[in-house]
Design a protein around this ligand. Structure first.
Ligand code: SF4
Length: 343
């Protein structure tokens, strides 16, 4: 059954698959300490669901095995845009893509083993996926807190299928960064406060996606041209760089639904209304920011570009009813004006 499940998962398009026993995650204590240090910022759901994250059997009583899968999301080429967007958000929403595949896998397993129960977990079900992925042999923790697979790198989505079946388990993955600290030095906001420690409150991914309020002043310039998410700590990682002896590294995804969609220009985003946003980003992970979050980010990016041509589009938000958008617009205008002064 174990080998059959793995082959089925690969046939569904998963690039990595391994199986771990369901147990309390090895990094449960570090996770609780991370929460206690306030590093989760406004992500209260992390705190609220912490007991489930450190105890996966609460998600599926009698769970014995975790089938952990990885799906490569690296694009062949980055789309041409006048801003940056994290690679994982270029195609269709990964939650849907992975959930559908894992539900197909669960259905196939239950057709063979009708008594088997399962639960699909993709972000929404609070499992510490990375710990289970490490136990299942998919990869090891990098200093950038990403799970790294030595031959393939870290551009992977992870998904977990909890099962009540007893299966054969893989060995945990081993590996490490050695003396490298490229990601810590490259992070624009210093969010990697020490190796393996991410202060999410400083992370551009958090600031542009999770945070609903204004992006704090001290990080606005560092956000640069990142409109949604950030890949800097992965881009600099040697494990994501092609090497002659590592032919699988940085290979483009084979999943059709993860191919990059066409993206609007920054000026178009600044002119979009909520209905147009919903239509344009239907089925995309970008929807998570909602219209207001994306426009806020677009104003910050526009300010960082200091492009006077964008000024009329920014101006309209100076009188907007939303104080977060007004504040971002004022800041962007000051950036453009400071550039005029410099000249
Ligand atoms: S950039 Fe270097 S330190 Fe950071 S995760 Fe990659 S190998 Fe580890």
């Amino acid at each position: 059954m174990t080998e059959w499940i793995k082959q089925y998962a690969r046939a569904l398009g998963f690039d990595l698959v391994g199986i771990a026993p369901v147990q309390s995650p090895p990094h449960a204590d570090s996770f609780l300490l991370w929460l206690a240090q306030g590093y989760a910022g406004t992500m209260e759901y992390m705190e609220r669901t912490a007991h489930l994250r450190i105890n996966p059997v609460e998600l599926l009583p009698e769970a014995r095995s975790a089938v952990v899968v990885g799906l490569n999301y690296a694009p062949a080429d980055l789309p041409e845009t006048d801003y940056r967007i994290a690679r994982y958000a270029l195609g269709d929403d990964y939650h849907t893509v992975i959930r559908e595949k894992l539900e197909t896998l669960l259905g196939a397993i239950q057709a063979v083993e009708p008594a088997a129960q399962g639960r699909v977990c993709v972000d929404s079900a609070p499992v510490l996926e990375r710990d289970l992925a490490m136990l299942a042999g998919l990869g090891w923790y990098g200093k950038n807190t990403c799970l790294i697979n030595t031959p393939r790198g870290s551009y992977f989505f992870l998904g977990v299928l909890l099962l009540t079946l007893e299966l054969e388990y893989d060995s945990p993955a081993h590996g490490g960064c050695g003396t490298c600290r490229l990601c810590l030095d490259a992070c624009p906001t210093g969010a990697l406060v020490e190796p393996y420690q991410l202060d999410a409150r400083k992370c551009i991914s958090y600031l542009t996606i999770e945070l609903r309020d204004a992006i704090p002043q001290e990080y606005r310039e560092a956000v640069g041209e990142w409109l949604f998410g950030c890949d800097v700590c992965q881009e600099v990682c040697p494990f994501n760089r092609p090497r002659a002896h590592q032919p699988l590294r940085a290979q483009p995804t084979r999943e059709p639904r993860l191919q990059p969609r066409s993206l609007p220009k920054l000026a178009e985003i600044l002119q979009m209304n909520e209905a147009e946003f919903a239509e344009r980003f239907r089925g995309s992970a970008v929807k998570r920011t909602k219209w207001r979050g994306l426009v806020r980010n677009a104003l910050i990016v526009a300010g960082n570009k200091r492009d006077p041509a964008l000024r009329p589009l920014i101006e309209q938000y100076r009188r907007h009813e939303d104080p977060v958008l007004r504040d971002a617009a004022e800041w962007a205008i000051r950036q453009i004006e400071s550039c005029d002064t410099d000249v």
